[in-house]
Design a protein around this ligand. Structure first.
Ligand SMILES: [Zn+2]
Length: 351
């Protein structure tokens, strides 16, 4: 008996399966390449890529790419191999600042024009804007230089002698290192006129000091009674947003950052128990008590999402993208928390 001819439905199903297989064949190498690029990134590679994309070398032709790459090695050497606050975090924040500056360039320039005013000659020329971008990207590169892998609360409570001269804050250490060590060298910035160099150093230093989480609310409100320059306050908001933005990354990457961050927290908890038993270890730092999905949910909903909301006025495209990422990642965290609760409910039945 001859085999029955395949029906129309079967043929359609086979065609769909074939198309899906082809898509998979194309997508897997593309994803692998993206991951390989992401893992290969160094601070210098990332800064140079961002400068090319923002066309900073075009607007500031004095800058030497060779000197920049040399100097970025100095910055990268300041980062220890901490699970989170390592050079990979610096490179990530550089990339995110670059993406933000590029994506919302027109809106950012309009924001500046409205606030800085048209009366100041040259305040928003292409060159001036390139100097602003340079300052933000440079700040991202060194913002956690010398980070000890411990938070400021612990540095303060343990009276860590290494940070005594920096008011027990990692941000003050990074800023002082940049001003008093990095800038004492003949860096790539020396090829700029003194006034422009000063502008870059001032904007970058201010932004780095404001990455201290105790400044979070003020940075979001762009409120600082001691600082009248709106460009500095804008730089601080952009850097702070890029610093927290891994909470809004695609879930496959965001969950890695969450793991690395909590690994560092738990190492701090271990160090605290061993070296300072007199100190209380907060739950989030205690590997025996911490609930990682719950603390990540708090991070995403209470810290990252409001930061992207604050960006709506000057970077609407980035704000929309970030808020979408926050919603998706919050849903992932909630699903894990629910799963944990269901497993716990099932435990008595199993016992
Ligand atoms: Zn950081």
């Amino acid at each position: 008996m001859p085999a029955p001819a395949p029906s129309m439905g079967t043929a359609l199903l086979a065609a769909i399966v074939l198309v899906l297989l082809l898509v998979e064949l194309v997508m897997i190498p593309a994803q692998a390449a993206a991951w390989a690029t992401w893992l290969r990134r160094s601070v210098g590679y990332e800064v140079n890529t961002v400068f090319l994309r923002l066309r900073i070398y075009k607007y500031l032709p004095q800058l030497s790419r060779t000197k920049l790459l040399r100097d970025m090695v100095l910055i990268e050497q300041q980062y220890a191999a901490h699970p989170y606050h390592g050079p990979h975090h610096a490179a990530d924040v550089v990339g995110k600042c670059g993406a933000m500056l590029r994506r919302d360039k027109a809106k950012l320039r309009r924001w500046m024009r409205e606030r800085v005013g048209k009366g100041i000659v040259g305040c928003i020329t292409e060159r001036r804007y390139a100097l602003f971008e340079l300052a933000v990207v440079l700040a991202a590169a060194f913002h956690d230089a010398g980070h000890p892998g411990l938070n400021n609360g612990y540095l303060q409570n343990s009276q860590d002698p290494r940070f005594q001269a920096y008011e027990y804050t990692a941000e003050r250490y990074s800023e002082k290192w940049f001003r008093h060590e990095f800038m004492q060298e003949q860096t790539f910035l020396n090829d700029l006129p003194a006034a422009e160099r000063e502008f870059v150093v001032e904007v970058a230093s201010y932004a780095v000091l404001k990455t201290d989480m105790r400044m979070h609310q003020n940075v979001l409100a762009m409120a600082d009674p001691e600082e009248t320059d709106p460009l500095k306050r804008l730089a601080a908001l952009l850097l702070h947003a890029a610093d927290l933005a891994n909470g809004a990354d695609a879930w496959s990457i965001s969950k890695l950052w969450a793991q690395w961050c909590h690994r560092e927290f738990h190492s701090q908890g271990d160090a605290s128990k061993q070296d300072h038993p007199e100190l209380t270890v907060d739950t989030i730092f205690d590997r025996e008590k911490a609930n990682v999905p719950a603390s990540q949910l708090y991070f995403v909903e209470q810290l990252v999402a409001p930061t992207f909301q604050a960006l709506e006025q000057c970077c609407p495209a980035t704000a929309a993208l970030g808020l979408r990422g926050c919603r998706a990642n919050a849903a992932q965290c909630k699903a894990i928390i629910e799963q944990q609760a269901e497993q716990q409910e099932a435990m008595p039945r199993l016992l």
